[in-house]
Design a protein around this ligand. Structure first.
Ligand SMILES: Cc1ncc(COP(=O)(O)O)c(C=O)c1O
Length: 404
């Protein structure tokens, strides 16, 4: 008789977004005339930039011609894309990353979920609290955690590092020494950032204790602060302790078309074993490559035309974020993030729970956001609003929240 992976039974239901969707659907059904604005989704709404569309069209045409047709891509991804990435995302930022250290993928969700596979199951995992749920759940599935502690809202055996206004949402070095440390910068859900000096401390610490930092830079394109690094490899010593994950989803609107990459430096070793070799082995065995068409679109992201168009799109979302942040501050809310991020993290008024505030916002302002408690116990009493809506809706939503 077969047996299931019982670790899956430890997982908690995807309560957060399904409950949000159910509550919104029920409210709309009861109040058909009301116009509900969603600032809840973490998905882009602007169409792909014209220069990207041109590159997609061209690549599609190539696929219809015998001489230029492509089948499976090379294991690590096409060299034209990896060399473009090495040049623009790393060398131009003073980080020396070789093209053999770059692995093209279908996005950062897959990479952030899969990367744990190359580590032993007895590694101790540290995550920020609140946290992007994939980091925790993928380790739960792999058996790297204990059971869920309902009282505390956390998984036993995982180190949770609180990120709160008190520490400016920068995690403190934990008492217990971790082996794997997940850091997302700029952060989802708090929208806050860790500057280079603060990140350097983590790099030094990881090198000292022999830990690996899994650095998720999915929101790197939103960075506006000069002291926030665009890659962890701007920090000295990061090549011996850090893996970086990047995504074109939020940078270039590829959430539906899919493309990302991971960086595993060759200097990152466990004894004599290079993690680069293990990840290459895993990639070659379990992944057959992102589509050629999409890799050409990724290459096009770095052309001057696309760069200008993408900059405009990011600017649009950042203007929304500023509108939310300024509007909330003017209305007396404590709100964070939103400067180098499409996310604004607000403190609920009068110590309301995240879900009570969700209900209040939905029923009284007809605005949807995401309850912070869904991202971890230290998200309780907080609420996430996103800047991915239209400017007009954002202005209207902020007006409604302010008049509550
Ligand atoms: C922190 C973080 N990492 C990764 C992802 C997933 O990115 P991708 O669309 O490249 O899979 C998201 C998406 O919302 C995210 O918030």
């Amino acid at each position: 008789m077969f047996k299931i992976n019982e670790n899956y039974l430890k997982l908690q239901g995807s309560y957060l977004f399904s409950t949000v969707a159910q509550k919104v659907a029920a409210y709309k059904a009861e109040n058909p005339g009301r116009e509900v604005i969603s600032l809840g989704i973490g998905d882009v709404t602007q169409p792909l930039a014209p220069a990207i569309i041109d590159s997609l069209h061209k690549a599609v045409s190539e696929m219809g011609v015998k001489e230029t047709f492509r089948g499976y891509s090379p294991d690590l991804g096409y060299e034209f894309l990896r060399s473009t990435i090495a040049q623009h995302d790393f060398k131009e930022r003073g980080a020396d990353i070789d093209i053999d250290e770059i692995f093209i993928s279908d996005g950062a969700k897959s990479d952030s979920g899969n990367i744990q596979e190359i580590f032993g199951t007895d590694n101790k995992v540290a995550v920020c609290d609140p946290v992007y749920p994939v980091y925790v759940d993928s380790n739960v599935m792999a058996g790297r955690t204990g059971t869920f502690n309902k009282e505390r809202g956390i998984f036993n055996g995982v180190i949770y590092m609180p990120c709160t206004p008190e520490n400016n949402f920068v995690p403190d070095i934990p008492e217990e020494t971790p082996d794997l440390i997940y850091i997302c910068n700029p952060n989802n859900p708090t929208g806050t950032t860790i500057n280079k000096e603060q990140l350097q401390k983590w790099v030094d610490y990881a090198n000292k204790v022999g830990a690996v930092i899994i650095y998720d830079a999915a929101y790197e394109a939103f960075i506006t602060e000069d002291d926030v690094p665009h890659t962890i490899y701007e920090c000295e010593g990061a090549k011996t302790c850090a893996i970086e994950l990047k995504s074109y989803s939020k940078k270039a609107g590829f959430t539906g078309t899919r493309l990302g990459y991971s960086v595993v430096p060759k200097d990152l070793k466990c004894g004599d074993v290079s993690l680069n070799t293990l990840w290459a082995r895993r990639h070659g065995t379990k992944f057959n490559g992102a589509p050629y068409i999409q890799q050409r679109a990724g290459e096009a992201v770095y052309t001057p035309e696309a760069e200008a168009q993408i900059k405009e799109q990011i600017g649009y979302y950042l203007r929304n974020a500023k509108t939310i942040l300024d509007g909330l501050h003017a209305a007396g809310y404590k709100a964070y993030g939103g400067i180098s991020s499409p996310y604004v993290w607000l403190q609920t008024p009068d110590h309301m729970t995240s879900w009570d505030f969700f209900d209040l916002l939905l029923t009284r302002a007809n605005v949807v956001g995401t309850p912070g408690s869904g991202f971890g116990p230290h998200g309780e009493g907080f609420f996430r609003l996103t800047a991915f809506g239209t400017y007009e809706n954002t202005v209207e939503a902020v007006k409604r929240i302010a008049s509550l």
